[in-house]
Design a protein around this ligand. Structure first.
Ligand code: SF4
Length: 506
């Protein structure tokens, strides 16, 4: 069998012609020619001027698309597909990230994944979290899948390279299921949906420390490969991290998706691993407990264990979302920290005293929050209302849009305006909901109402809703899983007919 190859190329800037040449040379070195339905998956989790280092830059995407055309081996479609950060219409992300002119120049089609049919993919491997995943049809149908993530730190999974970029191949309803302390396992399970033929990481300006509002880190690299475990393992080594310490990489490796050892990977390119390591010296990842993250601010955070007794902290769920929420608010309101009154925020089961003074708000976030004790001298009982994941059915998952969330969080905070102890339900409670709660507590500027984004955001939101509704009226099961997919929830009834390849076998 061909050994996986990782290619490290120096690239000092976002020059489209240079990126095109480097990627074309990478495809040639790997002997890859795109064919059939060719789908490119960037990372557009957050984009535009407020989030300049969070996403795969349009110049990078354009270079990749042009290189794919240079190596055309019979493409029937060239497309870019993404589901950006939840609650934000992907139409808005494509526009804000500058992907519309790129699509026009390259002839690529843009797929907002939440607007297309969701297809059931059965899972059979031991230790899986679910029996079935839903993924957008363009992903399931792609003949040549290209992953073009951003090289970034991540507060939930330490890093986000190639494998973690798969969180964007699910719509909001399905993405939030198991987006908790099992997130790394979920990312590893997502690998069974499909594997990319080609990976090209935008590591020219990497994102340090955080995920939505990372600090720019001049890495000057394009990292390519034909196996995403090998690529992710190499990215880890570049920043001095043992790939086996990143759980989704370890799981994918142990399940046979690819190697992590240097002896099992061919390394190529004009930058050595040592050279890349020198460039990455000092790169900070994002795994910081919530208590430490808010040290020195008016927010006092308490992170208790989630249910199950396996871990003592919910990496992947509510605490990390709170860290991202405050960073977003700081971008939109520079006085966030000064405006915020003393507030206590608790996650999971809290077994230690919550030291709040009378009049200080205490917010219990997430279904698993639990506390039995006193707060400001009064007895407080917070019972866990956590529902085990085995009781959550993907087919029952509901989509909640941002305006519903605003209304729900706004009403909860208004109703409890004179109450010191508040609870926010959900598992997970999203970044958006936690940001909206802080807006209410601190009297901060609401990012969704910022005049620089609100008009475009609302237009894209309405456009997305209208298109989905029109497609439904025309009989297409867009943005929903309909009767035809119901059988897929029972994998034994959903085996592909003999001779029809599964997405993994294509
Ligand atoms: S409620 Fe939040 S903290 Fe608790 S398990 Fe769910 S995601 Fe984790």
């Amino acid at each position: 069998m061909k050994r996986p190859t990782v290619i490290l190329r120096a690239c000092p800037d976002y020059d489209v012609d240079r990126i095109r040449r480097l990627v074309r040379e990478g495809l040639t070195r790997l002997d890859l020619t795109p064919r059939g339905r060719t789908l490119v998956k960037p990372n557009l989790v957050a984009s535009g001027p407020f989030f300049p280092h969070a996403y795969t830059r349009p110049e990078f995407a354009e270079g990749v698309l042009l290189a794919l055309k240079d190596r055309d081996g019979g493409m029937t479609e060239l497309a870019v597909g993404e589901r950006c950060g939840i609650t934000v219409p992907t139409r808005y992300a494509f526009k804000n990230a500058g992907y519309h002119p790129v699509a026009k120049r390259t002839g690529a089609r843009l797929y907002p994944f939440e607007e297309v049919p969701q297809v059931a993919i059965p899972l059979y491997h031991p230790g899986r979290l679910r029996d079935v995943f839903y993924t957008p049809a363009p992903v399931a149908m792609a003949d040549f899948f290209v992953n073009i993530p951003k090289f970034k730190a991540h507060p939930w999974t330490t890093v986000t390279f190639s494998m973690k970029n798969y969180i964007g191949i699910q719509d909001d309803r399905h993405r939030l299921i198991d987006h908790d302390h099992k997130l790394d396992q979920k990312v590893a399970d997502l690998q069974y949906i499909t594997q990319p033929q080609f990976i090209a990481l935008d590591a020219i300006t990497a994102g340090e420390g955080r995920m939505l509002t990372p600090l720019p880190f001049d890495l000057g690299l394009v990292i390519m490969g034909d196996n995403q475990v090998a690529v992710d393992a190499m990215c880890c080594r570049i920043i001095g991290l043992d790939p086996m310490e990143v759980e989704h990489i370890r799981l994918a490796h142990e399940r046979g998706f690819g190697p992590v050892g240097m002896d099992d990977i061919d390394l190529d390119g004009d930058v050595t691993l040592e050279g890349a390591q020198q460039k990455a010296e000092g790169f900070r990842t994002g795994l910081i407990r919530v208590e430490d993250y808010f040290a020195g601010t008016n927010i006092r955070a308490y992170g208790g264990p989630p249910p199950g007794g396996e871990v003592d902290y919910c990496w992947g769920g509510c605490p990390g979302a709170m860290e991202e929420a405050i960073e977003i608010l700081r971008v939109f309101d520079k006085a966030t920290d000064e405006k915020m009154p003393p507030v206590h925020i608790a996650f999971g089961r809290i077994d230690r005293p919550i030291d709040a003074k009378p009049g200080e708000k205490v917010v219990f976030i997430g279904d698993c929050a639990e506390y039995h004790g006193t707060i400001a001298g009064k007895p407080v009982q917070i019972q866990s209302r956590y529902v085990d994941r085995s009781q959550k059915e993907p087919l029952e998952a509901k989509h909640e849009d941002i305006f519903e969330k605003m209304a729900k969080v706004g009403f909860n905070m208004w109703r409890n305006r004179k109450v010191d102890v508040i609870r926010m339900p959900g598992c997970p409670v999203s970044v958006a909901e936690q940001a909206l709660a802080l807006v209410s507590i601190g009297g901060l500027k609401n990012p969704y109402f910022d005049p620089k984004i609100s008009v475009d955001f609302t237009n894209c939101y309405l456009s997305s809703k209208t298109r989905v509704a029109a497609k439904r009226l025309m009989g297409e099961r867009y943005n929903q899983t309909g009767p035809a997919e119901r059988g897929a929830a029972r994998p034994e009834q959903n085996l592909p007919p003999a001779g029809v390849p599964t997405p993994l076998e294509r």
